[in-house]
Every structure is written in C-alpha cells, then in structure tokens.
Design a protein around this ligand. Structure first.
Ligand SMILES: [Fe+2]
Length: 359
C-alpha cells in the first residue's frame, strides 16, 4: 500500500502561506488578548497597605524620602527603592506626582503591583501629576482623577510627620489649585508655628525668567506660597533638578525619580531627596541609586501596551480572532477609547466640563 504523502507536499504554496499567516494572526491575537486580560486585572488593583499606613518618626525627628516622577521608571526603581527605604529607616515616602505613566487603571496597576512585589512597607503618599490625571492622548482630569481617588484617596491632603506638617496639593490639573487655597490657609492656621513642606507636581514659578515670575496658570498659588512661606517646596514635572530660593522660599524640583524622557530611556541612576526634620530645622540630601530591573513589571508593561494598542485599528485587527472567541464566551475585555486631545483645552473649557457628567 503506497505511503500517504505529507499534507504540505500536496498543498499549493499559496495555501501554505495563508495557513501560516492565519496561525501567526491567531498567535498574535492570543498575546494581545492575554495583555488585555492582565491589564484589566491590573486596573482593578488596590493600593498596597503602605499607602494607607501612618508615618513613623518621633515628635522631634522625622525622615521623609521624596520620589520624583516615576512613570516608566517603575520598571527598575521599586526594588532598589524598597531596599533604600528599609536601610535608611525612612518614616515616610512622598511622591510629587506622575507616579503612573497615564491616568487609567492599568497604568496605576503596573506601579501598584511593582510596589507590592518590591515589598515596600514604608508609609507612602502621592500628589497627582498631569500624567496621573490624564489618560493617554486625552486631557480630561476627571478620568485619571477618579482613578487616583479610588487608589490613593484625596487629591490634596495634610499630614503631620514628626515635627513637620506636609501639605500635598493637586496642581496636576492646575486650574483646580485655586479652590484648594482657602483649605490650605485654614489647615496652616490649625498648626501655628509648625514648619510645613508643600508638595505639589508643578512649581508655580518660572525658574527660567530672571525675576522668577509666576506661571500665569498658577498665579494665585504662587502668590499664596510667597505669603504663607513654607519651609520647603518639593515638586517634579520638570526634567532637570533645581534647588533654588525663590522669593524667599526654598524650592526643589526633584526631577530624576524614574524615567520620563520619552523614547530616549534614562539609564543613569535614579534619585531620592532625603529630608530630615529635626526640631524646627530641615536637612536636605539628594542621593542617587542604581536601577534594578524587574521582569514581572516588564511583562505588565507589555500587557498594558497590548491593552492600549487594541484602541488603534492595527491593534484591533491583530487582536480580533481571540477577541471574537472571548466575546462569544462572554470573557472579552471591552475596548475603552477617550477623545483625542493633543493640546490642553482653554481653562474655561476645562472648568465648564467639570459640571458635565464624567465620561
Ligand atoms: Fe508632569
């Protein structure tokens, strides 16, 4: 009996190419939908306990570590950060915003999962940065703001840590900070004589101008800082480090907390700003630390990239075969799209849309 010829030998080369392309498409769609499922789980993550823990320290002595814009530095910062916080016995970690890469649940989840895996136990607080509040390619702070509140709580807050009062303000959405100023004044009035540190995302002064002019969109905030004289202002947002006395107020732009440099990955060490409050005095020390990559975080970043990629036509097509199957089984992850806003809308537009229902 003659041997049966192999299937490939009897198929037309065109059919072989079509079958190979179909197999490749299905394999890619499995990866894309795996990414979407993982991203959906990340988007539901709760913050680790450190973000709710009360700060340590004594009434006379406290050590606060400030972390600048983390963003994609989440890949190689948290493991070293956990070690440094434990070794230096920091009482509190404060992020000056842009903690997540974009204001959507899965991006928050990447950072929260990395903090959890790194085993960070030091009590931590965050103020919102523009990246925390805005979804990718969109400028509506209500979307990321709701995520921030779900994960971390209030977008502005005050916390007594040893001999120091730390006040976190939300100027990640700069048009909202004016409404926080009466609260700031009353909060300070409740702590007369206590040195206070202001933490926010964007410094309201223009360090490039000779007279350190107020930034027009943060004018009232800048005037309030000049009047209320914090012992220190710590911010992020800018991409270079500054430590300057501006109108009688010491202002530090803590720039190198992670990786914010677009497609040009920052490979240098990351930095922490250590502030020791002893009695009425503050000692400030800027220190650099080596990065340490985490493979699981790299996988989470890949998953969220797939999840986000499905919003684009090519991502939707690549993910279709497994997506259709998951939809039939009722297990698909819906594609969430936000309106594309390449520029920040005018202040009046932003204020008006806060009165509308959230998308
Ligand atoms: Fe920023």
């Amino acid at each position: 009996m003659p041997a049966c010829p192999p299937l490939l030998a009897v198929l037309d080369p065109w059919w072989i190419a079509i079958l190979a392309a179909a197999g490749l498409w299905i394999a890619i769609s499995c990866w894309v939908q795996w990414g979407a499922l993982r991203a959906a789980r990340l988007g539901r993550m709760a913050a680790p306990a450190c973000f709710r823990a009360a700060p340590g320290g004594s009434p006379e002595d406290v050590h606060i570590a400030f972390l600048g814009d983390l963003q994609r530095g989440v890949l190689d910062v948290p493991r070293t950060l956990a070690r440094v916080l434990a070794e230096t016995k920091a009482d509190l970690l404060v992020s000056s915003g842009d903690f997540a890469s974009h204001g959507e649940g899965p991006y928050y989840g990447i950072a929260l999962a990395a903090f959890a895996r790194a085993g960070i136990k030091t009590p931590a607080r965050v103020v919102p940065g523009n990246h925390d509040l805005w979804p990718s390619r969109n400028r509506d702070d209500r979307i990321g703001g709701a995520e921030f509140e779900r994960v971390f709580g209030a977008r502005h807050w005050a916390l007594r840590a040893g001999p120091v009062l730390i006040v976190g303000l939300d100027d990640g959405a700069p048009y909202l900070v004016d409404d926080q100023l009466p609260w700031l004044e009353s909060t300070l009035a409740e702590h007369p004589g206590v040195p206070w540190i202001c933490v926010c995302h964007e410094l309201p002064f223009d360090l490039g101008s000779p007279d350190h002019a107020h930034l027009p969109h943060l004018d009232a905030f800048a005037a309030a800082l000049r009047r209320l004289k914090p012992a220190l202002v710590v911010t992020g947002h800018m991409h270079s480090y500054h430590d300057e006395v501006v109108h009688g107020v010491r202002c530090i732009v803590n720039a190198h907390g992670g990786d914010v440099h677009g497609l040009a990955l920052r490979r240098e060490d990351f930095e922490l700003l250590h502030v020791h409050g002893r009695g009425g005095e503050l000692e400030v020390e800027r220190k650099a630390y080596p990065r340490q990559r985490d493979g699981a975080t790299a996988l989470d970043q890949l998953a969220v990239r797939f999840w986000s990629g499905r919003r684009k036509p090519w991502g939707h097509v690549l993910g279709w075969p497994m997506g259709a199957l998951l939809k039939l089984l009722g297990r698909d992850v819906p594609i969430v799209r936000h309106a594309v806003e390449r520029h920040v809308p005018e202040r009046d537009v932003l204020v008006a849309r806060r009165r509308e229902p959230r998308p």
